[in-house]
Design a protein around this ligand. Structure first.
Ligand SMILES: Nc1nc2c(ncn2[C@@H]2O[C@H](COP(=O)(O)OP(=O)(O)OP(=O)(O)O)[C@@H](O)[C@H]2O)c(=O)[nH]1
Ligand SMILES: [Zn+2]
Length: 232
């Protein structure tokens, strides 16, 4: 594996545009992009799983666990596979959802809201779950997105080590890009297990983040969005 030290927040424009191409995301290197190394895609998923499995086995060994126990023996491989193929699958641009849009033939020009989208992510500071709901609103600029694709976009960016602020902005930016409009609102309400299950151990607090663009900056539009969220 190439040992390239260049980080995404570097000023190496060639590396950054290479990563933009690979990730299919623009503005790589900004504060709201996941800090990935330029060599992130030099090894295959299978190689990642093998390497993570070995390292996780070592962590379990250091903790004093008996890896010959038949319940523990498969855990390193299980964790590695879960990281690469499931909970951190959104680090691999190959897993980015393919979005096909429809023409807005029905001339639906009001706000569309998809609320209570199930969100499972993981906190990048502690690698423990973030569990919540995402709510999305947009106004068509001529194109309509399949509803499930909204869930898929939320899931893709959630399947990365995250902070909630960045997750919110990444989802909003992707929506603005695919929908070719700035008229997008995203809200996330989530519980962080690093706050509830350890540390301060507050089991009742949740964190709300929001990103409003275009017409959603208008107080009446924002109010309309928030009113829809309060129904049901
Ligand atoms: N802003 C933000 N902070 C987060 C998020 N997820 C976790 N954190 C916080 O990241 C901080 C990391 O702080 P540290 O002091 O380095 O970690 P720590 O010693 O484990 O802190 P405690 O959780 O207070 O025990 C904690 O305050 C977490 O609550 C997030 O999505 N957004
Ligand atoms: Zn945390």
């Amino acid at each position: 594996m190439k040992q390239i030290e260049t980080m995404l927040n570097s000023t190496d424009k060639n590396s950054l545009s290479q990563l933009e191409d690979l990730l299919g995301e623009q503005h790589i290197g900004t504060s709201y992009d996941t800090p990935l190394r330029i060599d992130a895609f030099d090894i295959s998923d299978a190689q990642k799983i093998e390497a993570i499995s070995g390292h996780f086995r070592e962590i379990m060994n250091i903790l004093g666990l008996d890896l010959t126990d038949d319940s523990l023996n498969g855990t390193p491989g299980r964790v590695a596979k879960m990281y690469v193929k499931e909970i951190f699958a959104g680090l691999n641009p190959a897993n980015k959802p393919k979005i096909a849009l429809f023409e807005n033939k029905y001339q639906y020009n009001e706000m569309l809201i998809e609320k209570n989208i199930t969100l499972y992510s993981n906190c990048e500071h502690h690698f423990v779950p973030i569990i919540g709901k995402a709510h999305i609103g947009y106004i068509s600029s001529g194109k309509v997105i399949g509803l499930s694709k909204l869930n898929r976009i939320v899931q893709y960016y959630s399947q990365r080590p995250q902070v909630q602020e960045r997750l919110t902005i990444q989802i909003a930016n992707e929506l603005k890009s695919v929908l070719e409009t700035d008229d997008v609102a995203v809200m996330i309400d989530a519980a962080h297990l690093c706050v509830s299950s350890r540390g301060i151990k507050d089991t009742s607090s949740t964190t709300i983040t929001a990103d409003y663009s275009g017409t959603f900056n208008d107080p009446d539009r924002k109010k309309e969005f928030l009113t829809y969220l309060s129904y049901g």
